[in-house]
Design a protein around this ligand. Structure first.
Ligand SMILES: Nc1ncnc2c1ncn2[C@@H]1O[C@H](COP(=O)(O)OP(=O)(O)OP(=O)(O)O)[C@@H](O)[C@H]1O
Ligand SMILES: [Mg+2]
Length: 315
């Protein structure tokens, strides 16, 4: 039965004149992975901070694991684990000390701490460096240690704010594997934020696209992509784009035309890309537009982002 692990209604956060979160409704099913995707400043961290009791909302209500984050903050904290966007580790402590202190903070017994640390260190593959000072760790090791710390108290719901920020592709894939494992084998509910579309596409059962403090669209990655049409033709070129775009819009097989102003790429969503190239190049000629580059691709989540926000997501 899929009950909600996280339920937010009308969530708002204002800092003076700045509206960081402008009214978000969010439901995360128990035992699922939800990815909140959006550009810098979209409101991802602010949302996580409100869901994890760290920042009081200006307006709205949140329940996590059935508890109200404002009235039952203590119970919420007992059910959740969090890892932060910026690494927060004392470099002079060893990995083991970091974990042990965290366990003490949560009043875990010495025996329980020992057992849990052994288990988790194995999971995140830090056995060999556990007794070294954290300042000697690589970025990937630090992220893994933070993941272990977030998991120490055996949470039902784990919040990961940009879990792979700054990691190389190999370390990133490693973190993805732990996340999948925790969800599949332990039924953990995960809410993560990312500005890597690929990450959301690889991991999440549900993706929410957040832009300027609002959730602009939400759904299964495949469903979101399926709304875009079979193929996308990307066109670079020179000349009068306005007429060209008008002309494209009149072609019967064109679902939609979108322009990314920053990259000056024209994207044409069509039913069958390979069969339509010639006609599209023809629409350009005689309209004062010269095609310099044209490519057919399968649409992905980045295209969903562009569609719903009108601009491209950049790392
Ligand atoms: N304590 C604060 N005081 C004032 N403004 C804030 C504060 N925290 C966040 N903001 C503003 O709220 C907006 C959302 O910030 P937030 O950190 O939630 O974005 P984000 O999506 O996590 O971005 P990033 O991808 O860079 O981590 C930004 O405009 C930010 O400047
Ligand atoms: Mg952030």
């Amino acid at each position: 039965m899929a009950t909600a692990a996280i339920e937010a209604n009308g969530l708002v956060k204002r800092y003076g004149d700045v509206t960081a979160v402008a009214g978000i409704d969010l439901t995360v099913a128990a035992h699922s992975i939800y990815a909140l995707v959006g550009p810098n400043g979209a409101g991802k961290t602010t949302t996580i901070n409100m869901l994890t009791t760290l920042t009081p909302p200006t307006a709205g209500h949140v329940r996590v694991a059935g508890y109200d984050v404002q009235r039952q903050a203590r119970q919420v904290r007992q059910c959740i684990g969090v890892t932060f966007q910026d690494i927060v580790l004392d470099g002079d402590l060893t990995g083991r000390q970091v974990l042990d202190i965290h366990g003490k903070l949560y009043r875990m017994s010495r025996q329980e701490r020992k057992r849990r640390i052994t288990e988790l260190v194995q999971l995140v593959q830090l056995e060999d460096v556990l007794d070294r000072c954290v300042k000697t760790y690589s970025g990937g090791m630090k992220r893994r240690l933070e993941l272990a710390r977030g998991l120490l108290t055996n949470p039902q719901v784990l919040f990961l704010d940009e879990p792979t920020q700054g990691l190389d592709p190999q370390n990133r894939v490693g973190i993805w594997n732990y996340i999948r494992h925790l969800n599949r084998e332990h039924g953990l509910t995960l809410l993560l934020t990312t500005h890597y579309m690929e990450e959301a596409e690889m991991l999440a059962h549900t993706v929410g696209i957040i832009d300027r403090g609002l959730l602009v669209v939400e759904g299964k990655p495949a469903d979101l992509v399926a709304t875009l049409g079979a193929n996308v033709i990307r066109i670079h070129g020179q000349g009068d784009r306005r007429h060209f775009i008008q002309q494209l819009g009149n072609l019967p097989f064109v679902d939609r035309v979108q322009v990314d102003e920053q990259d000056s790429v024209v994207q044409v969503y069509v039913d069958n890309g390979n069969r339509r190239l010639v006609e599209i190049v023809q629409a350009a000629s005689g309209n004062g537009f010269r095609v310099e580059e044209i490519a057919v691709a399968q649409p992905g989540l980045s295209d969903v982002f562009l569609r719903y926000t009108g601009h491209a997501l950049r790392d």
